[in-house]
Design a protein around this ligand. Structure first.
Ligand code: FEO
Length: 161
């Protein structure tokens, strides 16, 4: 595997683990409010992000290489409002999409067909992740300070988790 692609894949493992950290942090915030449906949703997202990291990890091993795990930054731990937390999640997913696309473009440029095909799963996954994050953020903005509506939303999202 080309060195640049190897480096980018290792970097992406870090990003996916960071995503997991961030969503755990948001989950903890909601647990304490308490909005337990939102907390459950973000706990599930955190587990999914862990799986994404492990998919990349396994791919590097499948290519007979050694994974270079990196330090993971601490995520934001305090949030002013549910809206801020959902906004942060959406902004983060957009960044992840951008990083995935960058590695995909690199794989095409370097003619690493196996990596390009492998990354297609992530490209498709990001469409769903961004859609969910956008829907959630839009709904949170829509309910605003209406606590009763927020409670209903919390219950609904909890059922999807
Ligand atoms: Fe694995 Fe939500 O990006």
């Amino acid at each position: 595997m080309n060195e640049k692609i190897f480096k980018a894949l290792n970097e992406q493992i870090k990003h996916e683990f960071y995503s997991s950290y961030l969503y755990l942090s948001i989950s903890s915030y909601f647990e304490n409010i308490p909005l337990e449906g939102f907390s459950k949703w973000f706990r599930k997202q955190a587990n999914e992000e862990h799986e994404h990291a492990m998919k990349l990890y396994q791919y590097i091993l499948d290519r007979n290489l050694h994974v270079n795990l990196q330090a993971i930054d601490a995520p934001q731990v305090k949030f002013k409002s549910p809206e801020e937390a959902f906004k942060l999640a959406l902004e983060h997913e957009k960044k992840v999409t951008h990083w995935i696309h960058q590695i995909y473009e690199l794989a095409l440029k370097e003619k690493d067909h196996a990596t390009a095909v492998f990354l297609q799963w992530f490209i498709t996954e990001q469409v769903e992740e961004e859609k969910n994050a956008t829907d959630n953020y839009d709904q949170i903005k829509f309910v605003g300070d209406d606590r009763a509506a927020l409670y209903v939303l919390d219950q609904e999202l909890g059922k999807k988790a």
